[in-house]
Ligand binder design. Structure first.
Ligand SMILES: *Cc1c(COP(=O)(O)O)cnc(C)c1O
Length: 437
């Protein structure tokens, strides 16, 4: 907790924080961003680590295909479609009295199989890696085996003796819970107060233990970590510090490069790629952005999007205090309908890792997310959860401020739609009805 005089000093030094405390929508450009030539050597995570994660997901593809039939067409690779949204592009520009000269694309992680959100990347990867490590340690699997063997009873019996725990606002819990239960682990999800009832029910149906807290995300994580630490047979998925989660997300970079290539979208010095990623604690957007930096170098500019009520990454990166500052230090309440982004303190690991790589961050009001949720449903028939709309004002913000070559007709703007397909219809109808309220 910052002292009152420290708070005042920061407000004087960084006047943008005043706008944040007034819950205004702001754009912050990162003064520390640099070229990958000098930036990547400063980063502890490497291309080799990301390749290792990608290879591991390939080893597990035959297992995923076996136990999740919805991944059969993709041969067990958990990936989402890349969709052009020209109608939304026109409507979005109209809505903000702006124009978007480049193309607007949507990365539809809302359609990711198994758990319907970006968490199907990092969350599932971390559980698979843990399962592989245990299976190798107990001599039950070899790297050269067909991993569909993970569906066999012998391996399930091994995992039943091991525990997994995670603290979550909801979506990470879904992805960790579903994957862990499928493998046979004994899994507990610690949920914050803002987690939705339907997520808790769905997990309980799958045999997951759900513990509910009256407090916010940080508290759920803290409690989960404390209980897991006391038990050596328990693996705690640490959303605030996990390298494995980060690597699982980072695999998206190379895969997006393939998808852009397939549709003939050029990314080079004269055809920049702008990517807008909703940010909660930071692991998802950080991992993806890092993977994109490896794939596209200086030709990609990544921006994080946060709710005006939960601007933890902006505050952490601006001040350089990272996980040593909470939005509550500045009287910001961390109350938002974007439940995937309701985080008051960002990951220090991600904030520091992204310092040389992130172009900037911006905030978006809940009311804007709801208006855009309706707009994309009306124009493109795409249903997203509120968090997944946070990226959508990115092109408007960077074009308005003439950030680099954002207003070039050669630019591609890619909004990362991070979730939605698991949301029950009745819940989605409520979201849709929130526009204009
Ligand atoms: C978790 C989540 C995010 C952000 O990911 P973090 O790793 O928490 O930053 C964005 N959108 C949705 C829908 C999410 O569930």
């Amino acid at each position: 907790m910052l002292k009152p005089n420290e708070v005042n000093n920061w407000l004087e030094e960084l006047p943008l924080i005043k706008n944040l405390t007034r819950l205004e929508e702001v754009l912050w450009l990162n003064p520390l961003v640099e070229s990958v030539t000098t930036g990547l050597p400063k980063t502890n995570v490497t291309a080799v680590d990301v390749k290792d994660a990608s290879d591991r997901l390939k080893r597990f593809a035959s297992y995923i295909e076996t136990v999740f039939p919805e991944t059969r067409d993709a041969k067990g690779i958990i990936e989402s479609p890349l969709t052009a949204i020209p109608e939304m592009k026109e409507a979005l520009a109209d809505e903000y009295n702006s124009s978007i000269p480049g193309e607007l694309l949507l990365k539809q992680d809302n359609k990711l199989p198994i758990s319907g959100s970006i968490k199907a990347r990092g969350g599932i990867y971390e559980i698979l890696k843990h399962a592989e490590t245990l299976a190798i340690e107990y001599g039950l699997i070899d790297l050269k085996d067909d991993y569909s063997r993970f569906a066999e009873q012998e391996l399930k019996n091994l995992f039943a003796k091991h525990k997994i725990a995670v603290g979550s606002t909801g979506n990470l819990g879904l992805s960790i819970g579903i994957m862990s239960a499928k493998l046979g682990f004994n899994v507990t999800v610690h949920m914050s107060a803002d987690a939705k009832q339907w997520k808790k029910e769905l997990l309980r149906e799958k045999g997951v233990t759900v513990i509910e807290y009256a407090d916010d995300y940080s508290k759920a994580v803290e409690e989960g970590r404390r209980q897991a630490d006391a038990d050596p047979s328990c693996h705690f998925v640490d959303d605030e510090n996990s390298l494995d989660l980060f690597l699982g997300y980072a695999v998206a970079g190379g895969r997006l490069a393939d998808q852009l290539n397939e549709r003939g979208t050029i990314v080079d010095k004269d055809h920049p790629l702008f990517v807008y990623l909703p940010c909660g604690v930071g692991g998802g957007p950080g991992g993806v952005a890092f993977g994109l930096k490896l794939a596209f170098g200086d030709n990609v500019r990544c921006f994080f999007a946060e709710p005006t009520h939960s601007p933890c990454m902006i505050l952490g990166m601006m001040t350089g205090l990272h996980d040593k500052v909470s939005v509550k230090d500045f009287g910001i309440d961390n109350k938002t309908a974007a439940d995937g982004l309701a985080v008051g303190t960002a990951s220090g690991f991600v904030g520091k890792t992204m310092e040389p790589h992130l172009a900037g961050c911006y905030t978006i009001a809940d009311a804007s997310m709801f208006r855009l949720l309706k707009l994309i449903a009306d124009t493109e028939g795409i249903k997203l959860e509120p968090s997944a709309l946070a990226g959508m004002t990115g092109p408007i913000n960077v074009i308005r401020e003439h950030v680099l070559d954002a207003d070039s007709a050669n630019a591609t703007h890619l909004v990362w739609a991070t979730g939605g397909s698991m949301v029950p219809e009745a819940e989605m109808a409520l979201y849709y009805g929130m526009a204009g309220k």
